[in-house]
Design a protein around this ligand. Structure first.
Ligand code: DAH
Length: 338
């Protein structure tokens, strides 16, 4: 009998639960009318006198342990459990959960700061665009094959309207409403009718840059980009690969030299050391004319980059979907970033 009681005491000590149903079962099992304690007392009565002292002590211990366990479990789950301490004004306050900036905002703010420092203003435009600002003014007339480069979500009831496929639409709006000199960057969300996977999404974020003035040359573009990659990545070596965009001539793809210092570098750059980060070029004179800017007097450069891609890169995130799922376990990890 003694061993059984000792075993029960051990089980009581080990018991834990936050479920009121389980706690009530616990009470019934040990302290209830037909519970273990009472059944032991029945047995106790028929014990030899010499055993009664020892067993009696153990039964008391069983009772007290079960009772204090029950009290402790009840306080733990009762909402009024802090009542006793609420008047204690020296009590430390409840911690306030602070949020964190979204990784997209962190990267966007950094890029905005970098360009603000060299005189670029920030401009924005609508996400629902018309054909003119998203395509035609950017040297992409109707039926131009380059329109296929960007799978577009059209507004069903009025296909003249669409979800903008790039932030280049904002440079058109800005040029229509402002006279050169122009230095502006336009961050924003863009949409493409693409299958969602770890590598692509139907919406993402871009930053568009535009600089228009007298005598702006390709050298100005290159120097600005070198300044940018140095500030953002701490890497100043870039290369400009000839490319094609309808709104720039000449056009280029910008690669930054990341290096091959470790395995991650190899993986990220597919063993080349180079990483493609953006598109750019000299604004096509047709685009300037479409926006009522005299292309004989003015020239300029433009560039566009994906913020999501940079955020994935800088934080070594391997699935773009994480950026829009808003899972706090993911977002919490950016608490220390500005
Ligand atoms: N609009 C392009 C895209 O979405 C990016 C881009 C490339 C913007 C070159 C530019 C540029 O302003 O000059 O792929």
């Amino acid at each position: 009998m003694e061993d059984r009681i000792k075993q029960d005491i051990k089980e009581i000590i080990d018991f834990n639960s936050t479920s009121s149903v389980e706690i009530e079962d616990f009470r019934i099992k040990y302290l209830g009318k037909k519970g273990l304690l009472n059944s032991y007392f029945v047995e106790f009565k028929s014990l030899d006198n010499d055993k009664k002292k020892n067993v009696g002590q153990l039964l008391n211990q069983l009772k007290n342990t079960a009772q204090s366990k029950l009290d402790a479990l009840k306080t733990q789950i009762s909402p009024g459990s802090t009542k006793t301490t609420i008047n204690d004004i020296s009590r430390t306050g409840e911690p306030i959960e602070l949020g964190s900036r979204h990784p997209i905002s962190i990267v966007k703010n950094r890029i905005v700061d970098i360009f603000s420092n060299i005189g670029f203003t920030i401009s924005e435009g609508p996400e629902i665009e018309d054909d003119w600002h998203n395509f035609s003014a950017l040297n992409l007339p109707e039926h131009h094959p380059a329109r296929d480069m960007q799978d577009t979500f059209f507004i069903e009831k009025n296909p003249d309207f669409l979800l903008r496929t790039h932030t280049s639409s904002v440079q058109v709006r800005f040029m229509e409403n402002n006279k050169p000199p122009i230095r502006t960057i336009s961050p924003g969300r863009v949409y493409r009718n693409e299958a969602i996977s770890a590598r692509s999404h139907c919406f993402f974020h871009q930053i568009e840059g535009l600089c228009i003035d007298k005598d702006i040359s390709f050298a100005d573009l290159k120097q600005t980009l070198e300044y940018f990659t140095t500030q953002l990545f701490g890497k100043s070596k870039i290369r400009l690969r000839p490319s094609y965009f309808p709104f720039t001539e000449p056009s280029a793809e910008v690669d930054v030299y990341w290096g091959l210092n470790n395995e991650t570098d190899y993986k990220m750059t597919k063993g080349t050391g180079w990483l493609e980060i953006m598109g750019c070029g000299m604004v096509d004179p047709n685009v300037l004319e479409n926006c009522n800017i005299d292309s004989d007097e003015y020239s300029g450069f433009a560039f566009g980059l994906g913020i999501d891609r940079i955020a994935l890169l800088l934080h070594q995130i391997d699935d773009i979907r994480l950026l829009s799922e808003n899972d706090v376990r993911f977002l919490d990890q950016f608490k220390s970033s500005l």
